[in-house]
Design a protein around this ligand. Structure first.
Ligand code: ASP
Length: 440
């Protein structure tokens, strides 16, 4: 029998009705034996996620203000689900412990983790699966640094004995027992770790969209879904701001070659997006996806004979390193070098960086341009297709978008284009249209 790990996001478990959909999905396939729930998310657009309620509630406790009412709101969310599912489970003892721990200032990590912890208990009861507290199987060191290998060992051992189990997402514990969470959205990471530990055949990540979209739906009306994407392509797109999956969720399954299937709880028969290590399937449109982020600054450094000055680039980048500013791209010419950095981090250190560049590199001029956007056009199909760059740039020219920078990685997996913030949307639209709309 196949081993499938199913992770359900917050919106998939926001109410009893959503729980029922998840239950049906699990029962539909015998292989779906390991379940990783998030905390209940939003039931409607201006609802509050349980995780956020818990953060708010703990903030009150920390200030010594009354928090009982806020905690009652959290409790209400769970009882609404429990009653709606017709269960007789009582969480009274759990809520007493939580209130006491809040009183004793057990920490924000502990507070936030209770959303998943309680939802795990409810889910285990609903399915009749064993509940495994993530604090037992997800390990951090005493500084809060995640320990992947120890986690894999401990979790593999614990889960080996179980046919079926529910492991709540988002948190684990330090060696001293203190609860530690991943960053927000971290249940995706838990799902991936469980898949690695049990050597799953598949990791299904159930959410509220039918997979990754070729482009941001806030810019493109009803964009196409990406059917298959490689881990590498996904990494490029997520780095540029496409968010469906937590970026740390890729590494654990990647080491085991386990595919991830992004699925929609509200449309369970949609194929979703399959994320794989490698595939011979060509993407439908040459490009796999487009993503981008606004607000970069380009620092353009010019110096005669820069080209033959050994160590010039190193000195430039050292200045950024010494100021804790990470660079995104460094396109260069014979006697020019441009460094792209995120606007907000750069501007905090701007004057220090400029004077240090002056001192250590003695350039002829330094030019700054802000409010730039970077767009990544990603696709494994570009390698075998001639003219992709040509099509992108003619589409941009037709849309009257001035291209400020071009960077193609030597892997031919992506082309990065720099434009002004104000051209950002028009550029994405032009690229989407040339590859996708006209093919439809
Ligand atoms: N509940 C947590 C959050 O809202 C973790 C998760 O859903 O993955 O970020």
């Amino acid at each position: 029998m196949k081993k499938i790990v199913v992770k359900f996001g917050g919106s998939s478990l926001a109410s009893a009705q959503q729980f029922q959909k998840a239950g049906e999905i699990i029962r539909e396939n015998e292989g779906r034996r390991f379940v990783v729930p998030s905390a209940p998310g939003k039931r409607f657009s201006d609802d509050t996620k349980v995780t956020d309620l818990l953060y708010e509630c703990y903030a009150l406790a920390e200030k010594g203000e009354p928090f009982t009412e806020k905690l009652a709101e959290v409790k209400e969310r769970y009882y609404e689900i429990i009653k709606g599912l017709g269960l007789t489970l009582s969480l009274e003892k759990e809520f007493e412990t939580i209130a006491q721990q809040f009183q004793e200032h057990a920490g924000t990590n502990y507070a936030a983790s209770r959303g998943e912890y309680l939802n795990g208990i409810v889910m285990a009861e609903y399915l009749g699966f064993e509940f495994v507290d993530a604090a037992e199987v997800i390990c951090f060191d005493n500084e809060g640094v995640f320990l992947p290998d120890k986690t894999d060992r401990v979790m593999a051992k614990r889960l080996a004995k179980l046919e079926k189990a529910v492991i709540p997402g988002f948190y684990g514990a330090r060696a001293d027992g203190t609860v530690q969470t991943f960053s927000r959205g971290g249940s995706d990471v838990t799902g991936s770790l469980v898949a690695r530990a049990i050597k799953a055949d598949l990791y299904e990540n159930w959410t509220d969209v039918s997979g990754f979209l070729v482009a941001d739906p806030r810019i493109i009306n009803n964009p196409e879904v990406i059917t298959t994407i490689t881990y590498k392509e996904l990494r490029e797109l997520s780095y540029m701001g496409a968010t469906v999956l937590h970026e740390d969720a890729i590494f654990p399954v990647r080491t085991e070659g386990i595919p991830i299937n992004i699925k929609n709880t509200n449309a369970p028969h949609d194929p979703g997006t399959l994320i794989v290590a490698n595939t011979s399937l060509q993407p439908k449109y040459t490009i796999t996806g487009i993503a981008g982020t606004k607000d970069f600054v380009a620092i353009n450094i010019e110096k005669d004979m820069m080209h033959s000055e050994i160590g010039f680039g190193k000195r430039v980048l050292e200045v950024f390193e010494n100021n804790g500013v990470s660079f995104e791209h460094v396109p260069s010419g014979i006697d020019t070098m441009t460094v792209f950095v995120k606007q907000n981090t750069f501007q905090e250190k701007e004057q220090e960086i400029l004077s240090q560049l002056q001192r250590s590199c003695q350039p002829d001029s330094i030019d700054l341009e802000s409010n730039l956007a970077l767009i990544a056009v990603v696709g494994r199909g570009m390698k075998s297709t001639r003219g992709t760059a040509g099509r992108i740039f003619s589409a941009l020219a037709h849309a009257n978008v001035n291209v400020k920078m071009i960077d193609q990685g030597s892997s031919e997996l992506n082309i990065i284009i720099g434009v002004t913030n104000s051209d950002f949307q028009a550029a994405i639209k032009a690229i989407y249209d040339i590859f996708v709309t006209i093919q439809l």
